[in-house]
Design a protein around this ligand. Structure first.
Ligand SMILES: [Fe+2]
Ligand SMILES: [Fe+2]
Length: 390
């Protein structure tokens, strides 16, 4: 006897199809099911419903199950698994924006995410860093004492504003570089995509707080030189994700850890100290990811160390004819660290900036050594790093 389903009062305009599909699911292809019910439109609505789903309808409201539903999922594949330890090395480009772990219907066009190899973007620390990044978001409106009201001597204020002007420029480059890669990373590497998204948001806040500190007392902004921007342009122009992470995060943001910590330590006013402190915390994460990713790639790609060296040398040569750090920024750092306009204070400020550049060099050498460069080569390459710091 043909099994039957009673839809009672339920019409196809009220979800009767769900009940019917559920009953058909347990039948084999070509299995029969008699449909009864009291909805006056039942016999009218059943035929088009069956046609749309690939089922046949026989007299007496008998539905013969078609194979369309089963056929549709022929060739479908799981897009890896949901956990970060279930990613695949080379996700199918056609998976596109499908959730990792979803059963993906076959037959889509490729999606154009060209950063689609695990080793080209991954670091095992990415999921943990992303969670940390989200937990540590801060609100510029409430985390900075904008109303603190410390007033500085004019020259010291101008120095702080020059440093802020320089920082904004660098932060904007640090925002654009990951933003450009973000749209190229295959979403299968979800945690990397998420981490880059938060990194971009971090840089947006850095741009905000440094701009706001620059304009806090109404003076004009400082200068922007072609040399500084040429240095940043080489970061924007690097098309390889790993090499860009190396230049921007390992070397540039790595060097900025020292710079921001210097500004925090010697800031002549509350707001400057606070904004440097807040940005520094985020930058430490950016450096951690860049370093972990390049380190990961070095272990799977023996030729990478050579390409990293070449990248530093090429950038150095490209910038050889430019001034690097603009003199105004250097002077502004001296004055910021001096805190007042006396020969004794300036001597101290100058000495502090000398120590800063030595600390920056030391940090770069340490990171280069961690990536596998021998000590002498790390020292040599660190010395070739852009004088613009980033
Ligand atoms: Fe930043
Ligand atoms: Fe950053």
């Amino acid at each position: 006897m043909t099994p039957a389903i009673d839809l009672e009062e339920l019409g196809f305009d009220q979800g009767a199809g769900l009940l019917l599909e559920r009953a058909l699911a347990s039948l084999p292809s070509e299995g029969r099911l008699t449909v009864v019910g009291r909805d006056p439109a039942l016999s009218v609505d059943l035929a088009p419903w069956c046609r749309a789903r690939g089922h046949r309808l026989e007299p007496g409201n008998v539905v013969v199950k078609g194979s369309a539903a089963a056929d549709r999922w022929l060739g479908a594949a799981r897009a890896g698994g949901p956990g970060p330890n279930e990613i695949v090395d080379r996700p199918n480009p056609a998976w596109g924006v499908a959730a990792r772990g979803a059963l993906v219907e076959a037959g889509a066009a490729t999606s154009g995410f060209d950063l689609d190899e695990r080793d080209a973007v991954w670091a095992d620390i990415a999921p943990r860093l992303y969670a940390q990044a989200v937990a540590n978001q801060w609100d510029p409106a409430t985390e900075v004492a904008w109303e603190a009201g410390d007033r500085l001597p004019d020259e010291v204020e101008a120095a702080v504003v020059q440093v802020m002007t320089y920082l904004v420029e660098n932060e904007q480059a640090a925002l654009v570089v990951p933003a450009r890669f973000l749209g190229r990373v295959h979403p299968h590497f979800r945690e990397v995509m998420q981490l880059l998204a938060v990194q971009v948001a971090d840089e947006a806040r850095h741009v905000e707080v440094f701009s706001r500190r620059a304009g806090l007392h109404g003076g004009p902004l400082g200068v922007s030189t072609t040399g500084g921007r040429a240095s940043l342009q080489t970061l924007l122009d690097e098309p390889d994700f790993t090499l860009a992470s190396f230049l921007l995060s390992v070397l540039g943001e790595g060097t900025f850890l020292n710079l921001l910590s210097f500004i925090e330590t010697h800031a002549p006013d509350t707001v400057t100290r606070q904004v440097a402190h807040l940005a520094l915390q985020d930058e430490a994460r950016h450096v951690a990811f860049g370093l972990a990713h390049v380190e990961h790639r070095v272990t799977v790609d023996a030729g990478l160390i050579g390409r990293l060296r070449l990248t530093i040398e090429r950038r150095h040569d490209a910038l050889a004819s430019t001034a690097g750090l603009n003199q105004d920024v250097f002077d502004a750092l001296v004055i910021l660290a001096a805190g007042e306009w006396t020969p004794k204070a300036l001597a101290t400020g100058y000495e502090r900036v000398q120590r800063l550049t030595a600390d920056m060099d030391e940090g770069r050498r340490r990171r280069l050594a961690r990536l596998g460069f021998p000590t002498d080569e790390a020292a040599e390459l660190s010395a070739l790093h852009t004088r613009n710091f980033m």
